[in-house]
Design a protein around this ligand. Structure first.
Ligand code: PHE
Length: 450
């Protein structure tokens, strides 16, 4: 291990950083609108099953691979199967981190801009806001700049220190907003929609949407957790760490719904409004609330914080690769990768009305350049990556090696519990059969086979 590699100083530091990666726009912006479009409580139920049956076991697999090899995804695969084409899976992961960051920063830039829109009560519609060319380029730049400043600090002084401050702050702000939202007049209908499942709403599409959301939300499928796992000391309990990450990520998504659904039902907005849900519905609702400007500004501040801890992790994956394999100083690597990401993000920033050509691409059923990037990288590439990585870990690296890594720091993993079944054997079955088959089905869904 080269001296330039970092390590988490404590388990809690790791858990907060990994939960910070997982918790982001995916939980607060995407989860409520996807749940709203897919039947509310029924979707939530299926989502929970997917998270614990597929997400958690696969997360453990990525963490184990990372800690065993102490490498970024490309280096990890290379050290298990040198010079094989499996390395392509690692390369895809590094490229995916870079590509997701390029458009994720655009949406994160909107949330940052909305703090000021709310605070100063600026009279500009969402449509106008996202179509202003220089404003969007500037906000994307600013968000990537913030990300660079944190990542440059390295694993302990940058990512871990900031996560320890930002994540608890996020939690407190969300609790305040839940209390505000559920005490609004007419909030009850929102709670029923969100929490009382109508089982007839569960369809194949709902299950597949829930699976995709679980992967995106837990930051799985691109080797990000391989990278984060590589900074974990050997004596730490991987199972426990992974378990808490899943609990935090899921709790924040559920809490986001508790803010959004009571508020939109109280404001008479339809729950299936789609991706614009929080940006259009919530400001309208906030504007009819006492101290609405401040509450709204706090909400978008919170969303920016959540997005920042995700963009930090997205930048870390390509940076770790460049630092590990190309032996470039961390500082230079961060500026280099961050700078190129910004340039790649510009067309996404201009694709919401600023440049007509980029806004109406209509390629692969995706309207704008940003939609196309999200489909290709946030959807397709994550699914392909997760499928290939679970096969690589289950069959090439072999589950017995992974089990050995997980059991280090958690001996109970291998002990027979109920009857003769140990957690380890249960996990091996999940990772070799259930997980890849499930992901394969998602992939077919992405290709619109159904
Ligand atoms: N999990 C993040 C979110 O929910 C997004 C993300 C995906 C981050 C993949 C890293 C890797 O917003």
């Amino acid at each position: 291990m080269s001296a330039s590699r970092g390590q988490w100083s404590s388990t809690i530091g790791f858990i907060l950083a990994a939960a910070g990666s997982a918790i982001g726009l995916g939980n607060i912006w995407r989860f409520p609108y996807v749940a709203g479009e897919n039947g509310g409580a029924a979707f939530v139920l299926v989502y929970l099953i997917c998270v614990f049956l597929i997400g958690l076991p696969y997360l453990l697999a990525e963490l184990a691979l990372g800690r065993a090899t102490q490498k970024n995804p490309i280096g990890a695969i290379h050290s298990i199967r040198p010079n094989s084409s499996w390395v392509l899976v690692g390369i895809l992961g590094v490229l995916t981190g870079f590509a997701i960051l390029s458009y994720y920063a655009v949406i994160a830039g909107w949330t940052f801009g909305y703090i000021f829109k709310m605070l100063f009560n600026l009279q500009v519609s969402f449509g106008e806001f996202i179509s202003k060319p220089w404003l969007n380029i500037f906000l994307t730049f600013l968000f990537i700049f913030f990300t660079i400043m944190v990542v440059i600090g390295g694993v302990q002084d940058g990512i871990e220190r900031w996560s320890k401050i930002l994540m608890p702050l996020l939690l407190i702000l969300m609790i305040v907003l839940i209390i505000r939202s559920v005490t609004l007049d007419g909030a009850g209908k929102g709670l029923v929609f969100y929490l009382k499942p109508d089982f007839s709403k569960i369809t194949g599409k709902v299950i597949l949407e829930a699976m995709g959301q679980a992967f995106f939300s837990l930051s799985l499928g691109m080797g990000l957790m391989v990278t984060y796992g590589s900074y974990l000391p050997k004596e730490e309990n991987l199972f426990q760490a992974g378990f808490w990450v899943v609990i935090f990520d899921t709790a924040i998504a559920i809490m986001a719904g508790l803010i959004i659904f009571p508020a939109i039902f109280a404001g008479g907005v339809k729950p299936d409004a789609g991706p614009t849900l929080i940006f259009i519905a919530l400001p309208t609702i906030f504007s009819n609330m006492p101290l609405g400007n401040i509450v709204g500004a706090i909400f978008f501040l919170l969303l920016s914080i959540a997005a920042l801890t995700s963009t930090i992790s997205l930048l870390e994956v390509p940076v770790a690769y460049v630092v590990d394999e190309k032996r470039i100083a961390r500082k230079i690597a961060v500026w280099l990768v961050g700078g190129v990401t910004f340039l790649v993000g510009v067309p996404s920033a201009l694709s919401q009305g600023a440049v007509p050509f980029l806004s109406n691409l209509n390629i692969l059923g995706q309207k704008s350049f940003l939609d196309l990037m999200d489909f290709l990288w946030g959807n397709l590439s994550l699914s392909i990556g997760a499928l290939s990585l679970s096969i690589f870990i289950g069959y090439v690296w072999k589950t017995k090696n992974a089990v050995q890594e997980i059991a280090q720091g958690f001996e109970l993993f291998r002990k027979p519990l109920l009857g003769k079944i140990s957690l380890a054997s249960l996990w091996s079955i999940l990772i070799r059969f259930i997980v890849p088959i499930f992901i394969f089905i998602i992939l077919l869904n992405v290709f619109n086979v159904f």
